[in-house]
Design a protein around this ligand. Sequence first.
Ligand SMILES: *[C@@H]1O[C@H](CO)[C@@H](O)[C@H](O)[C@H]1NC(C)=O
Ligand SMILES: *[C@@H]1O[C@H](CO)[C@@H](O)[C@H](O)[C@H]1NC(C)=O
Length: 413
Amino acid sequence: MRTKILVFFCIILRVYSQTMNDSTKLIMDLLNGYDRLVRPVIDQSKPVSLNISMDLVAIQEFDEVLDKFSVVAIVYITWMDPRMMWNPLNYNGLYTTTIPVSDLWTPNLIVGNSFDKIEPIGADWMRVRYYANGFSLYSPGDVFKTTCSVDVTFYPFDTQSCKIMLIPWGSLPNEITIIASSDVVFQTFFSENGEWEVLSTSVVTDETVIFPFIQFNIKMKRRPTFFLVNVILPIIFLGLLNILVFLLPAESGERISFAITVLLSIAVFLTLVGDNLPKTSKPMSMICYFLLVNLSLSTIICITTILNLRFYHKPEWKPVPRLLVAITRKLNCMSTPARDAVQPFNPATINEISGIEKAKISNQTSNKELVPAVTWKDISRMVDKVTCTLSFLWLFVSSTTFIVMISNNQEIT
Ligand SMILES: *[C@@H]1O[C@H](CO)[C@@H](O)[C@H](O)[C@H]1NC(C)=O
Ligand SMILES: *[C@@H]1O[C@H](CO)[C@@H](O)[C@H](O)[C@H]1NC(C)=O
């Protein structure tokens, strides 16, 4: 202990007296007879023990369509190299140095689940730092492009787990062992991503498998506000707008064009969402079903509007089926008795109506003065009322179900 303190004291005292010659001598001495192909362990039957940790700098890209996840990260690799030991006192207290990796043994780490080419991480210009006791630190920083399969069932309220797997290429467990020097991925220099929030990280190593590896898991949650504001709310608003078609007067002649315009707008959103999602059917996204439900509602509204206009413009003398009359009376969708009661006595109307009908009407008016006749226009009004209510219910139920299902997922995760 005392000698250690003494050595340290000497280093501090003489720290300013190191010269260029000392550094040159040290590096020459270290590299003299050094073979970068030989693993840094004296007993070559023993493995080199690597301590690895990762520092996440940024989430660069997460492409759901391509299943591509790329991050910028620094990997800290430490090991002991018995060839790189020296006595600092022989070099005027020089106790640390760096040497470019091109002259040295370094672990050939590759990304196991790489998205494109398999390449060793790091570059030749990077340096390894050595300390006098043989401690070596290599910290290559890189963009790690990995494959990460996406589960978009709860899109845009989804949580994704991606992993970055590092493998010392071609090494057996009796040549290299990997120890995780931390349970989590560090975030010292991390800058937040606008789309993804990192929830948790973990590190996995397993020495029982046939090749050594280390795996960094990153669990993250999508920030849904953008999608909520730009897609989900507009779709619900379009649905509401769609229902308003039944409030448009049939005489205006605008009903069909209005309904079709809304239908087209929903179809545009369907394309928009489809472009952002992977073209996979294995986990179908719930939002696709939601959009489909809305699209079918819109289609049904279109069909109803067309049929209803036919009712509205049917000639008045055509008899109304009994069933429709009964429903209309039940739902109380009739025009005011005053108007209907007066109508048959209007000479202009009477002239247009055939004799039989005239008899019928006068019969009706004389027998049931208080119960007005049900016209095709009343039927049309009844259909409007019923479909309007049903469509509103449909929209309400589908939107609520969708939002509840999605937010439940949020709570679980
Ligand atoms: C460094 O080494 C050179 C040649 O070996 C020598 O000429 C020079 O004096 C040395 N400098 C110092 C400061 O020791
Ligand atoms: C590696 O980690 C182990 C346990 O955490 C520690 O005992 C050892 O000193 C570390 N080795 C290096 C070279 O960092």
